[in-house]
Design a protein around this ligand. Structure first.
Ligand SMILES: Cc1cc2nc3c(=O)[nH]c(=O)nc-3n(C[C@H](O)[C@H](O)[C@H](O)COP(=O)(O)OP(=O)(O)OC[C@H]3O[C@@H](n4cnc5c(N)ncnc54)[C@H](O)[C@@H]3O)c2cc1C
Length: 324
């Protein structure tokens, strides 16, 4: 039997498709809280899910229920999943390769002392499993083998085409109550703040992005000005977030946001691989850099060799002059 982790209110189609391709009975698992009104909401979600899962050929939904499983608490979710794995001994557990899916599986794997293969785009069953994994932000594909008594893997987003699963008559619900120590909820979501609204990195047609070459938090004023004039957003490299110049939500790259604007203006950014994987889908890239040998300059569609503190104010002044 193979378990698929449901994180949210819908099964992930790519996870189910990959699960069904492995020729094992597929069951599902969902974390829910046993606490007050949220428990009633959880029952509503489970009720809706069982209909959907039956259509997708999943005959059993395991509800892991505990009061600590309210909201999102990755350590508690991981420990609870590890206990269910020890109880059911499935052949494998698959989850979506989202931030949350990966985090829960990493905690579960560490606690169950099992290896975890992340970001799989293809899996061939048997023993060992033969895996193809997306690495380096999708820049390369790795062929790997996974040998383990229970195989844990996350599925890269968009990896497997949705399959036509054989529907089953109904999906039965089985409850599992883990034993969780209160300290497992020490890492949990306690507050959600609304985004800033307006144009975001994901939707901006133009991104004016700054790196170490910008030099300071104050140095981003001219990038903000240019972005506003072009109807765009400001992005940055990890050096800028590490230095506290910009919030992490502005970071582009492997450990930031992947962007695909019409124009990406990379100001004082060298173009390290971890940054490049985040902006490589841009339709055009303009590099502003003092170093003509910088990788970003070599890969960009256009480049201006110069100091951002001179080039950007000149561009802003020119745009203002032309629009007045
Ligand atoms: C696991 C891991 C994940 C990572 N994830 C990310 C990520 O998501 N995003 C990311 O950005 N990085 C990431 N990094 C870091 C990455 O490797 C680089 O260190 C980082 O991108 C470099 O940032 P930078 O280009 O701003 O700085 P640098 O590499 O120091 O480059 C600065 C550039 O500015 C130019 N310059 C300097 N002064 C000026 C000036 N006055 N005018 C014009 N140009 C100037 C220089 O010529 C140079 O090209 C990650 C690293 C690791 C190990």
């Amino acid at each position: 039997m193979l378990l698929t982790l449901i994180d949210g209110q819908e099964p992930a189609p790519n996870v189910l498709a990959l699960a069904h391709s492995l020729d094992l009975p597929v069951e599902a698992v969902l974390h829910v809280t046993s606490d007050g009104a949220d428990a009633d909401d959880a029952d509503d979600v489970a009720g809706h899910l069982t209909d959907e899962l039956a259509k997708q050929g999943v005959a059993t939904l395991h509800l892991i229920r505990h009061e600590l499983l309210a909201g999102y608490a990755p350590e508690a979710f991981g420990e609870a999943l590890a206990q269910l794995v020890a109880h059911l001994r499935p052949a494998a557990v698959l989850a979506a390769g989202t931030d949350r899916g990966t985090e829960i599986m990493a905690h579960a794997a560490a606690r169950a002392r099992l290896p975890l293969a992340t970001n799989c785009v293809a899996v061939t069953g048997g023993d060992p499993w033969l895996l193809t994994r997306a690495r380096g932000g999708g820049m390369l594909l790795e062929e790997a083998e996974l040998t383990a008594p229970v195989k844990l893997a996350t599925v890269a987003q968009g990896a497997a085409a949705p399959a036509d699963a054989q529907a089953v008559d109904n999906c039965a619900v089985r409850e599992f109550v883990p034993e969780l120590l209160p300290e497992l909820a020490r890492t949990r979501v306690v507050e959600r703040t609304a985004g800033r609204g307006g144009i975001t990195l994901a939707t901006a047609p133009v991104i004016v992005s700054g790196g170490r070459g910008v030099g300071s938090a104050e140095g981003y004023a001219v990038l903000e000005e240019l972005a506003a004039l072009l109807g765009g957003a400001v992005g940055c490299s990890r050096v800028a977030t590490n230095n506290g110049w910009r919030p992490h939500s502005d970071q582009v790259g492997l450990t930031g946001t992947k962007v695909a604007p019409d124009l990406y203006i990379a100001c004082g950014i060298s173009g390290a691989t971890q940054h490049w994987v985040g902006c490589t889908d841009s339709k055009a890239i303009l590099a502003v850099n003092t170093d003509p040998e910088a990788p970003m300059v070599a890969r960009a569609t256009y480049a201006v060799i110069g100091d951002v503190h001179e080039v950007l104010p000149a561009v802003v002044a020119e745009i203002r002059a032309r629009s007045s």
